[in-house]
Design a protein around this ligand. Structure first.
Ligand SMILES: [Zn+2]
Length: 116
């Protein structure tokens, strides 16, 4: 069954479903030189609602954090808790990605901050 997401066209919803699948499951732990985080922590970090990390308009859209723009093209999928840019970069990002981008920090720092 296709969930109806306001502001999304059908092909976008389909694409979001694919993205949702590709984002889960998350990597089984990650060591980037700044320590190791357990897979469970990564999962928990990615469950932190992205709308608590950044602001979205009523249509759950925001200016993309990964490219410069005047019109919001970053869409928030609350069900899957990820954002996807329908503009220039076209990338999907998890809560950890968003935290890293906003705070300009590494992966492990982001996971620890989101789960502390
Ligand atoms: Zn973008």
């Amino acid at each position: 069954m296709m969930a109806v997401i306001p502001g999304f066209k059908e092909w976008q919803v389909a694409q979001l479903k694919d993205v949702s699948k590709s984002l889960m499951p998350r990597p089984t732990g990650k060591n980037n030189g700044n320590g190791w985080v357990e897979p469970e922590l990564i999962e928990t970090a990615n469950q932190v609602p992205i709308h608590t990390l950044m602001e979205f308009d009523k249509g759950d859209k925001a200016l993309c954090l990964w490219h410069d723009e005047d019109t919001p093209s970053l869409s928030y999928n609350r069900e899957g808790n990820f954002v996807k840019c329908f503009g220039q970069c076209g990338e999907a990002h998890s809560a950890i990605d968003v935290y890293q981008k906003i705070n300009n920090c590494d992966f492990v720092t982001a996971v620890k901050a989101l789960t502390s």
